[in-house]
Design a protein around this ligand. Structure first.
Ligand code: PBG
Length: 327
């Protein structure tokens, strides 16, 4: 007999065989859909750099939430887009119960209840007129500890509005501990914290800034991580776990699969990854030109993120992918 003894191709012969031996599986329940809700519009507004994604009105968001529940996806992550006159230096409308994000949380909690997991972005950048994730000191620097006080208030406002999970995305030191303490002190011990553990200062957030009408001038490099660093993410992980994070996240996803793998190997809580706006835009732009097969590339990228260690994936494709998985 000629030829090799071991033949890995034997396990690739038929679709049924490939399905049987597939090591990584995707299911709708692992996917979380980020959604935007905007205050000063009467109709959903398309986002130019994210074809197929819209800024919702409160009504269209309710319909999208029902669609998400029907699709069986794991959850929704809400971002608020306030009217320009509702932005100020402290991001006051992020903590007011009548701020757009808190109103939308109330809407969805009464609309879909506990049928899906409602997550709220806990960050000031959409609500500040300078666009930073925190409040500024007299010299214009992001003031870590003053920001923590605002985050504590924001956590309470979001919990009161019905969030099951709050997701601090501002990368302030100590944010998880302060938020946990505030929630516990106010009777919200059941509200979970999804920590943005490794969050890089990334060009891939570009389209998101359009999606939330960001006012940011400059960058976030004094609080988000340098793309050159991996080990630092393990330090962030150690701190977030010690501070009581219930879930941890790596963001962006595809350019940081190595970081995701290292975090997943060490974390004893569920690990999430965020396929961000620029990852979405990149796939959409190529698909629109016919240069990539959209659906195959979507499933391949999500599978890769799961394979690298993410149990949960935040993706603008969540509902679309759920449809593909149903076949
Ligand atoms: C900050 C926040 C950002 C994203 C999620 N939360 C933007 C930023 O850090 O500049 C980006 C998400 C995406 O690009 O899809 N609130």
């Amino acid at each position: 007999m000629t030829g090799p003894h071991e033949r890995p191709r034997r396990l690739r012969t038929t679709p049924a065989m490939r399905r049987l031996v597939a090591q990584t599986r995707l299911s709708a329940a692992d996917l979380v859909l980020p959604v935007f809700v905007r205050e000063d519009i009467d109709e959903p507004a398309p986002i130019g750099s994210m074809p197929g994604v819209v800024q919702h009105t409160r009504d269209s968001l309710k319909r999208a939430a029902h669609e998400a529940v029907e699709a069986g996806i794991g959850g929704l992550m809400l971002f608020g887009v306030p009217a320009p006159e509702h932005k100020d230096a402290e991001g006051t409308w992020g903590t007011r119960p009548d701020g757009i994000l808190n109103l939308a949380l109330q809407d969805l909690r009464s609309e879909v209840g506990d049928a899906t997991v409602l997550m709220a972005d806990l960050c000031l950048d959409e609500f500040t007129d300078h666009g930073h994730c925190g409040v500024l000191d007299s010299q214009g620097r992001v003031d870590n500890d003053a920001t923590l006080e605002r985050y504590a208030d924001m956590a309470l406002a979001q919990a009161a509005a019905g969030a099951h999970v709050v997701g601090p995305s501002g990368m302030m030191d100590g944010q998880v501990a302060v938020i946990r303490g505030a929630l516990d002190g106010a009777g919200f011990a059941e509200v979970a914290v999804l920590a943005y553990t490794a969050k890089y200062a990334s060009a891939y957030y570009g389209p998101f800034r359009e999606a939330v009408g960001s006012s940011l001038q400059g960058d976030r490099k004094t609080y988000q991580q340098d793309p050159a660093n991996a080990t630092e993410s393990l330090r962030e992980l150690r701190l977030d776990l010690a501070e009581g994070a219930d879930l941890v996240m790596v963001k962006p996803a595809l350019p940081y699969l190595d970081v995701l793998r290292q975090v997943a190997d060490l974390a004893d809580v569920p690990v999430a990854a965020y396929q961000v706006s620029g990852e979405y835009a990149q796939l959409e732009a190529a698909a629109e030109r016919g240069w990539l097969d959209r659906d195959r590339a979507v499933l391949e990228s999500l599978t890769s993120i799961r394979r690298a260690g993410a149990q949960i994936v935040l993706t603008y494709y969540a509902v679309h992918a759920a449809g593909l998985l149903r076949g």
